[in-house]
Write a protein that binds this ligand. Structure first.
Ligand SMILES: C[S@@+](CC[C@H](N)C(=O)[O-])C[C@H]1O[C@@H](n2cnc3c(N)ncnc32)[C@H](O)[C@@H]1O
Length: 421
């Protein structure tokens, strides 16, 4: 692989590119890094690469002519894509590095001063940012990319497998790592890692990676497909988020109940209760619930194999945990559960409309926040029943929720409370 960096400061790279594994890889010829200096494309006596911004304001801007010629000269060395280092770019990810590592040639453009003339942007293929902060120069970003890329080249890491378990390589954060001694300041190395049982160690590491990603970067977890064993790990380990329960008015329909179980399982809810919808007898609801585990079909978005239609273990387990409550009022009388409905702020009433984030913190009294959805919780004027501990704002401000079933409303609410938590 060859990388050419467009920079005013090629000397910036000398030390880092001669150090450690990257230094060794470059010395062995696994990769080659070259430089193009925009100053070499200036024609005035001062060799100026910057000028004052049109419209006034602080700082200087990199002039387009020397930058453009430098970028074109760098691209001509191998024809690879041009990456512009910029705080306005897309945040760098491991997936980007994997993609770029497949190119035999890359160009990286480092800015200085207050950035580039806007017309430079048309000459590059991608804009890359290290994050939402501002550095003095793009060289820091280019160096970071070079390190991440060279690390992925087949000869760089002694043990190739060691980049495969890295954080992000499979969309998850890496599992915890330990080395000797077996006890450090009273903390033991988990016994499974000392067992020598490679299958168990592999399963433990995968489960730990899934749990750690949920705790620290739930946004990553939402983007990757989870295997049944991953879901089991999430389900068996209580979520670090505040406990949250659900109570929904439901028909006596086993498949709808299995769907509700799937919702409870996906969001690792503490409990899910079902209340008979108007006109439904409690006994019929209980009978339907008994059938729900057998109807707990997964509904794959892209079914590939017929056996995907077998009941999904996570939904079966969740369906077996659904509980019938005779009414919302009866459930609210149980000291374990603090019921929260939805509604508009009733003008005449001092009931508090809680922001969904309020339900991300545990209640000081130990009762579990329980989202309650169904008829009879709020009157037509929006006044909440006295047994509710609070109300959340309507799902769509200014519109009626009549188009959504209680279960769909419950899904929206659960996601508001849990989604970003
Ligand atoms: C002081 S910054 C210019 C910032 C510019 N005024 C802006 O607000 O977009 C100078 C150069 O540092 C580099 N740089 C600064 N922050 C960066 C970041 N977060 N990621 C990548 N490059 C960055 C870019 O090459 C940029 O042109």
């Amino acid at each position: 692989m060859r990388i050419d960096v467009v920079t005013l400061f090629p000397e910036f790279f000398e030390g880092p590119l001669a150090t450690g594994l990257v230094g060794k890889a470059l010395a062995r010829g696994e990769a080659e890094v070259g430089f193009v200096n925009p100053r070499d494309f200036t024609h005035d006596v001062h060799r100026s690469v910057d000028d004052t911004p049109y419209g006034g304001g602080a700082g200087m801007v990199m002039k387009p002519e020397p930058m453009a010629q430098a970028i074109e000269a760098a691209r001509a060395r191998g024809g690879g894509p041009v990456l512009l280092m910029s705080p306005q770019g897309r945040h760098l990810t491991q997936a980007d590095l994997g993609r770029w590592a497949r190119h035999p040639h890359l160009v990286m453009v480092a800015g200085r001063y207050e950035g580039f003339d806007e017309r430079i942007r048309g000459l590059v293929d991608e804009e890359v940012s290290l994050g939402d902060f501002v550095l003095t120069g793009g060289e820091y970003a280019a160096l970071t990319l070079i390190d991440g890329l060279v690390r992925l080249l087949p000869g760089t890491l002694g043990n190739q497998a060691s980049s495969e378990g890295d954080s992000f390589s499979d969309g998850l954060l890496e599992h915890p790592q330990y080395t000797r001694p077996p006890v450090f300041r009273g903390q033991d190395v988990p016994a499974v890692l000392q067992s020598g049982d490679h299958a168990r160690i592999h399963a433990w590491r995968r489960a730990q990676a899934v749990l750690r990603t949920r705790a620290r970067r739930p946004d990553l977890l939402a983007r990757i497909p989870l295997a049944p064993a991953d879901r089991e790990a999430l389900w068996s380990e209580p979520s670090p988020a505040a406990p949250l329960a659900l109570a929904v008015a439901m028909p006596a329909d086993p498949e709808a109940l299995a769907d509700l179980a799937g919702l409870a399982a996906s969001y690792a809810l503490t409990r899910a209760f079902v209340v008979p919808a108007p006109g439904v007898a409690e006994a019929d609801l209980s009978a339907a619930l008994a059938e729900a585990p057998e109807r707990a079909w997964p509904v794959p978005l892209w079914p590939r194999k017929r056996r995907n239609y077998e009941p999904a273990p996570i939904r079966v387990a969740a369906a077996e945990r659904l509980t019938v409550a005779s009414s919302f009022e009866a459930l609210a009388a149980d000291p374990g559960w603090a019921l929260v409905g939805i509604g508009r702020r009733p003008a005449a009433l001092d009931a508090e409309v809680l922001p969904p984030e309020a339900l991300r913190a545990p209640r000081p009294d130990g009762r579990v926040w329980t989202l309650a959805v169904g008829p009879g919780l709020v009157d037509p004027k929006g006044n909440p029943s006295a047994f509710l501990a609070g109300i959340l704002p309507s799902v769509r401000a200014g519109t009626r929720e009549a188009g959504l079933t209680p279960m769909l409303l419950a899904a929206v609410l659960v996601d508001r409370v849990r989604g970003e938590a």
